[in-house]
Design a binder for this molecule. Structure first.
Ligand SMILES: Cc1cc2nc3c(=O)[nH]c(=O)nc-3n(C[C@H](O)[C@H](O)[C@H](O)COP(=O)(O)OP(=O)(O)OC[C@H]3O[C@@H](n4cnc5c(N)ncnc54)[C@H](O)[C@@H]3O)c2cc1C
Length: 451
């Protein structure tokens, strides 16, 4: 295909269909750039773009902790694909199989029978899911922290359990309700814990019988450090901060089991908890296993530095689902983070255009610049371009950086309005857990109706 294009040019290859699997960071930013750069070809029918994703929106994952803490509305941290990408077709459902040799995917729509979708160029941008271990009881109380649904369910759960603790006479029920465990002290785990702990502490002012010290937060980490993304010095500072806040940080410790909510750790400690958040790493979306595309030793799509799938024509991959060689650090791969995903999407889109025009592809090159993390209202930690910040300046940097990154002006304005409202009227501290079971009230009403 490529050599044909090389000799004939794009002019004779009408209606090139670019299929993007996943509408997250890589999917959205690739499509945005293609939409802008191929506007003529999209109009004339020389090219078309389809995105397949179960959701109709891209989730800005770095804002999940803030949404869980009630500083942001969940609707404002997602970018609606159909609105932002009017030139692309959005199909909602899952890609369940990829037959790259036959240039088709199996698409399972949200409703109805699966069907085949043919393509000329595929972009594997299906991201990652929580990497779990076969720990007894993990599905009893465990919840991940990767989606809007999980973040909001967790928020509702924490606030609901404060209600439970306030309303019970049983000290065991109370202790169990007020014990929260987070497993994994990377970005997602530390930010989720810090924001939720801050929210729970803030909320206790509205409860008569719960003091901040009654709530127990336990952070379990298998290695000997927290937040490696900000480097050893700032990681150590973060650890001290968390411990000063009364958070029980257990390093070099593994979760052994949590059957029925009985948490057993490898340091010998045992206690009951109602909630366990699992943030101990990610693995590629399972769709990569149902494809004829090559995988690397860690089960990711084997990508080249040009963001093509190794040994193939017409297949590209980036983001969390792909093992992309880090050319700035030979022998290493790019870490699974948004910093790489956004930049890779730009190069990937340009390389698709070069591929279609029969031009030479370029390498993706970006040296990791460090990270910034929010640790609750007015608290943060940062190590960016070697500049180390802590406390309020880091928190301010965290907010301004992510505000500049969240897609579209529309979302930026909504986020600023949310933050401003929370500043003047305090954050929302109500549990809307009822929304997770909207038909229960109606079912109960039907059950009590006399025949
Ligand atoms: C809580 C949290 C905080 C984070 N904070 C930061 C941060 O501050 N800085 C940073 O750099 N990174 C951060 N990250 C990491 C960053 O969000 C990810 O690295 C980034 O989202 C990866 O982009 P992606 O496009 O590969 O995957 P995603 O953005 O996850 O998109 C993948 C998409 O593929 C879809 N999909 C999956 N399977 C299929 C299928 N079979 N068919 C169709 N569609 C499918 C999914 O629904 C999803 O929409 C954070 C992550 C989390 C969870």
């Amino acid at each position: 295909m490529l050599s044909q294009a090389f000799h004939e040019g794009w002019g004779r290859r009408m209606n090139q269909h670019i299929l993007i699997v996943g509408g997250g960071y890589v999917g959205l930013y690739t499509a945005l750039r293609l939409q802008r750069k191929l506007h003529r070809e999209l109009r004339s029918g020389e090219a078309r773009i389809t995105i397949i994703d179960p959701q109709s929106y891209m989730t800005y994952q770095p804002f999940l902790p803030e949404a869980a803490a009630g500083n942001l509305s969940p609707r404002h941290m997602v970018a609606p694909l159909r609105r932002i990408l009017p030139k692309a077709r959005i199909l909602n459902g899952m890609v369940t199989k990829i037959d790259h040799a036959g240039r088709t995917v199996t698409f399972q729509p949200a409703e109805g029978e699966p069907r085949q979708v043919a393509y000329d160029v595929i972009v594997m941008a299906a991201g990652s899911i929580s990497r779990t271990l076969p720990i007894p009881g993990l599905t009893d109380i465990g919840i991940g922290f990767k989606t809007v649904g999980e973040a909001i369910a967790l928020r509702n759960r924490v606030l609901h359990l404060l209600d439970v603790a306030e309303s019970t006479d049983d000290p065991e029920v109370r202790r169990r309700a007020l014990t929260f465990v987070v497993v994994g002290a990377g970005f997602a785990g530390v930010e989720a814990l810090a924001e939720l702990e801050d929210m729970a502490k803030h909320s206790t002012r509205y409860y008569r019988n719960i003091q901040p010290s009654d709530i127990r937060w336990v952070l379990v980490e298998a290695t000997n450090r927290v937040l490696p993304e900000v480097g050893p010095e700032m990681g150590k500072w973060t650890l001290e901060q968390l411990r000063e806040r009364g958070i029980d940080v257990k390093l070099d410790t593994r979760l052994e089991s949590c059957e029925g909510g009985r948490v057993v750790l490898s340091d010998g400690s045992e206690f009951d908890a109602e909630t366990l958040v699992w943030t101990a790493g990610v693995k590629p979306s399972p769709v990569v296993n149902d494809s004829d595309l090559p995988l690397d030793e860690r089960g990711r799509i084997k990508a080249t530095a040009m963001l093509t799938v190794a040994g193939t024509q017409g297949a590209f991959a980036a983001g969390d689902a792909a093992g992309v060689p880090d050319v700035t650090n030979p022998g290493q791969y790019c870490a699974p983070n948004a910093q790489h995903a956004v930049r890779q999407a730009k190069v990937l889109a340009d390389n698709i255009i070069r591929h279609l025009r029969g031009q030479e592809l370029v390498e993706y090159r970006h040296k990791y610049v460090g990270s910034v993390a929010g640790l609750g209202l007015h608290q943060g930690v940062a190590n960016v371009y070697g500049v180390k910040l802590r406390g309020f300046p880091a928190w301010f940097m965290h907010r301004t950086y992510h505000l500049s990154r969240v897609p579209t002006l529309n979302r930026k304005v909504r986020v600023v309005v949310d933050w401003t409202l929370a500043l003047f009227f305090k954050r929302e501290t109500i549990s809307l857990g009822e929304m997770e079971h909207p038909r229960e009230g109606f079912r109960a009403a039907v059950a009590t109706t006399r025949r």
